[in-house]
Each structure stands twice: as C-alpha cells, then as structure tokens.
Write a protein that binds this ligand. Structure first.
Ligand code: FAD
Length: 510
C-alpha cells in the first residue's frame, strides 16, 4: 500500500483553505496547500494599477476587535502567531435612499450612538431598537455556544430569544418589536453582505451580525487583504506546511468510498484527509468521479441555489478624500429602501441600482500616495444575470455600468469624482470566475434559502461537513454563510475535525 505523503491536503488557498491549513499545521500535521492561482487569497487579495494598490474584496472584517479586546478572528490569528497592523473602520455606514420617502442617515460606531441616530431620524423608535440590540447580543452569545458544541437545550435555557426566533426572518421580528418601517430599512442595509433580503434572512444571524459590526467594530488591514493571506501562508510554512501555487487540482482521489488524495500536474499525492476550499459544485462536478459522490451530497448540492456575484469598479483618484469632500468610509445607495426590491433588481442589469461605495483612505491612512484616494464601488448581481451579455457587448456593458455607478454616487452624495480618475479597473462576474474559480463568478457560495441558512447548516454539520469520509469543505461553500470571518471559522472548525479524526484513526491503527 502506498504511504500517505501528507496528513492533510487543502485544495485552494482562499481565506477558508488558508485558515484550515494553518490550523492543521499548527496542530502538528503534515500539510500541503494547492492553489491554482499564482498567489493566495481567492477573493481576498490585492492588485496594483499605476501608483495604487487596490483591495479586491474586503469592505469590513468582522469579529476581529481591537488589540485590547480581541474578538474570535484575532484570537485565532494570535494562536497561529499572526499579529497584523489593522485599522478600525470609522462609522457603521451611511445609507442614502434617493427615491420617494427616502432618507440619508450616517450611523456612527457603538450601540447607543446608533440607537440615538435612528431615534433622531425616526422619533419613537428608541425602545424597540434597543430591544433589537438586546436580542442581537443574546443571539451572538448563543451562536458562540452553538459553535462551542453546546446543545440546543442548553442554549435555549441560556438564551430563549435565540430559540424563539431561530428561523423567523429579521424583518418579521423587527415588525413584531414595533420598529417603524423606515427605521427597519435603516437597520437592514447589511443584507447585502450575505445576499439575502431581510424578509428571508434568519433573525439570529442578522441580529448578531448587526451587533458584531456596531459594538465590536469592523477592521481593515494596512496592506490590503494580501497582507492577511500572506501572513497565513507564512504561518503555514513556519509550522512546517507547504504551499504550492500554479497548482490546479485536477482530481480528488478516492478508494473504497473515502478520499485518499489528489491529482495535480499529473501527479498523485496521498493524504489522510482532503479539505476543499473549492465549492462542492466544482468538486462533485469536476474533481470527483460520478460514482464517488454520495447520494445525499449530490441531492444537497442539486437542491441549493448558487449565491450572488459581484460587479466592482476600482478607482484611483488624483485628489485626496479631504479635497473631494468624502467623509464616509461606506456609503450604501439605492432608490428604494426595501431590501426585497433591492434583491429582486439584482436579477436584472438594467434596474439594479443598489450600490456600495467605499473610500479606503478613511479607514487606512496612507493607503495611497499623498494627494490621492482609493475608492471602490460594489454592486451585486444574482447568479447568472450577466449570462445575457454577449461576448461582443461585454466590454461596452462593463463600461456603461461603471459610468452608471459613478453617476449614481455623484448624484446621491453631491461629491464629484469622475474628473479625478487616474486609474480605473472594472471587475464583472467573469473576472471573479477567473480568479476565484467559482461557477458564474459567484462570490458568496450558496444562496441562504430559508432551509439552507446558518441554523440548517449548523445543525446538519455533523453529516455535511464530511460528505465523503476524509473529504471536508471549508470557506464560502461550507457550513457557514459567506464572509472573511465565516471562512476563517469554517476553516478552523473543519481542520480541527479532520485532525481529531486523523488522531483517532491513528490510535486505532496502533
Ligand atoms: C468583491 C467582494 C467583496 C467582499 N466583501 C466582503 C467583506 O467586506 N467582508 C467579508 O467578510 N467578506 C466579503 N466578501 C466575501 C469573502 O471575500 C468571501 O466569502 C471569502 O473570502 C471566501 O473565502 P473562501 O474560503 O470561500 O475562498 P475563495 O475566495 O472562494 O477561494 C477559493 C480558492 O480556491 C482556489 N481553487 C478553486 N478550485 C481549485 C482547484 N481545483 N485547485 C486549486 N485551487 C483551486 C481558488 O483559486 C481560490 O483561491 C467579499 C467578496 C467579494 C468577491
């Protein structure tokens, strides 16, 4: 029998894959990461145009926290020996609804400051919004318990709100609490970070996300996401692991119904466990033979809808944020404040007017040369929306939508940026497909349909984390929703599961 060359092989060096590999290496396992691209990160990267280094993806890193009160992501990073220069993002967000009955509100950091800002804009909302935060805090604590492996009975006893509202929608609960419609809209802009409208978004997850961002703040690295992913690569290597780039995994090998390794560059490499950062869709469709895919895994994959893709306009401006009059790091803009309507419009290119504009300089000082600024605009598009664009029209369409987004920002804020553009780069779904290797350029993994959100995924984790013995999934296509911190948590959890299994099987073979 051929000996295993590695304990763990990780397919893909996105946030989830890198954290999984770093965790396994830290736990003393022999680890190999294989990444098809020539650099780590997947979505989480950076690129240079002229005198600007652009962030590819990150708007806000959640669950990191300040140095004197580290939150779970920072705690894991410290455990891995990683200490980074991070900046707290100023303000929660500014939200501008330009249409009828619209609003323009800037939410500052901190629970009481947010409640007060909403009370000023919508008098009479204070008590109900305070209760929303109380509930969100309880849900955050309950989800921590769930991840720590506590039973639903224990969680229900400690935090009954979590169980009561486990599968109710965020919008439904806000209505039940008596939060006026306009205040609800002011509090549901974060739907776009996960791509689920608030009438379908599970209350506990949305409420804990709000509390996490508002009360624990959000962070950005000094040197873009590439700094985070390079630090993870270094941690893997310092703990004896290997990371190969330009190494596309062609096949996941199986024997007697269990994963045994991979084929890369025509070479077969054996491992005790394989952790995939590539989506199950890719693995089941391309990397495994048809017979090797268990029925439950195939059914689950077929039942799922793929999540959203993105359209990004990266701008290097030859004026500073101060000169341009930019005061907000994140501005969300739409003509409607109804998240369902915003979500439905993502299915068309013509009507989609929900956008986010970020100015990196407001969070990360000196991220661009003196007298310049980095902005990036983001739009989300439902899976497959860009399929209707013919190849011959693609470039013109990208430029048209980029112009539309810039105009929308200028009209909503009164800030002129178009005449200060020194560098511009546009990423459409095809760009993400190329760099992340996801079908249709999906950036958020699978859509969180009501049956397939955090509650459902967490409660079936035991069954679905390892659909085939010795094959695990991490990252956006795994058991958590999308996002940097979710990808990190999934990588950490799944690597621990895989390492524990390797140890257990090692003992029984002794
Ligand atoms: C524009 C944009 C903005 C975002 N903003 C935020 C934000 O502000 N905050 C936040 O928390 N999240 C944000 N996200 C989401 C977040 O980036 C993702 O959820 C997370 O990074 C996904 O990580 P992942 O582990 O799933 O890996 P992915 O990024 O999907 O990477 C998978 C990796 O696997 C590699 N791979 C795939 N197939 C193979 C193969 N066969 N062989 C070898 N390698 C392979 C790919 O090349 C890639 O490197 C954003 C995403 C995008 C795109």
């Amino acid at each position: 029998m051929m000996a295993d060359q590695y304990d763990v092989i990780v397919v893909g060096a996105g946030n989830g894959g890198l954290l999984a590999a770093a965790t396994a290496a830290k736990l003393g396992k022999k680890v190999l990461v294989l990444e098809q691209h020539n650099l780590p990160g997947g979505a989480a990267s950076s690129f240079v145009r002229g005198r600007f280094e652009f962030e590819t993806a990150l708007h806000e890193l959640a669950a990191y926290g300040p140095k004197d009160n580290p939150q779970p992501v920072q705690q894991i990073f410290h455990w891995l020996g990683i200490d980074l220069e991070m900046h707290e993002i100023p303000g929660v967000y500014r939200y501008i609804i330009t249409g009828e009955d619209g609003f323009d509100i800037a939410l500052p950091n901190g629970r009481e400051a947010v409640i007060a800002a909403i009370e000023r804009a919508v008098p009479g909302s204070k008590a109900a919004v305070s209760t929303l935060f109380d509930y969100g805090e309880q849900c955050l604590a309950a989800i921590d318990m769930l991840q720590a492996g506590k039973s639903m009975a224990e969680i229900g006893q400690a935090y009954p709100v979590f169980v009561k509202y486990a599968t109710r929608s965020y919008q439904e609960v806000m209505t039940e609490l008596g939060i006026p419609k306009k205040a609800q809209q002011m509090l549901d802009a974060y739907w776009c970070y996960i791509g689920i409208p608030s009438d379908e978004f599970e209350f506990p997850y949305f409420a804990e996300m709000l509390v996490t961002y508002v009360e624990h703040g959000a962070y950005a690295p000094q040197k873009r996401s590439h700094q985070l992913t390079s630090a993870l690569v270094k941690s893997i290597q310092e703990h004896g692991g290997k990371v190969w780039f330009n190494a596309e995994v062609e096949q996941i090998l199986t024997k007697a119904g269990r994963a045994t390794g991979v084929r890369v560059g025509g070479q077969e490499i054996r491992a005790k466990a394989v952790i995939s950062n590539a989506l199950p869709t890719t693995v089941f469709g391309k990397l495994l033979t048809e017979e090797a895919v268990p029925a439950r895994a195939r059914q689950l994959e077929n039942a799922r809808q793929r999540g959203t893709s993105g359209f990004l306009v990266y701008l290097g401006l030859n004026k500073s944020a101060e000169e341009l009059g930019i005061k907000d790091y994140s501005v969300f803009i739409s003509s409607t404040g109804d998240s369902r309507e915003q979500f439905e419009r993502q299915k068309t290119i013509a009507d989609n007017d929900f956008m986010i504009m970020n100015c990196l300089n407001l969070a990360v000082p000196n991220c661009s040369p003196a007298g310049t600024a980095i902005l990036y605009a983001t739009q989300l598009y439902a899976d497959g929306t860009w399929d209707q664009v013919q190849p011959g029209d693609y470039q013109a369409m990208k430029e048209e939508i980029a112009r539309r987004v810039i105009n929308e920002y200028e009209a909503a804020t009164g800030i002129t940026i178009h005449d200060a553009i020194e560098e511009i780069e546009i990423a459409a779904p095809a760009t993400f497909a190329r760099y992340m290797h996801t079908p249709n350029g999906d950036i958020y993994g699978y859509y969180g349909a009501p049956w397939d959100q955090t509650m459902g995924r967490l409660t079936t984790l035991g069954q679905d984390a390892q659909p085939l013995p010795h094959l695990f999934f991490c990252g956006g296509g795994s058991y958590m929703m999308d996002g940097y911190s979710s990808a990190y948590f999934s990588g950490y959890t799944v690597a621990k599961l895989a390492c524990a299994q390797i140890d257990k099987e090692g003992e029984s073979n002794d």
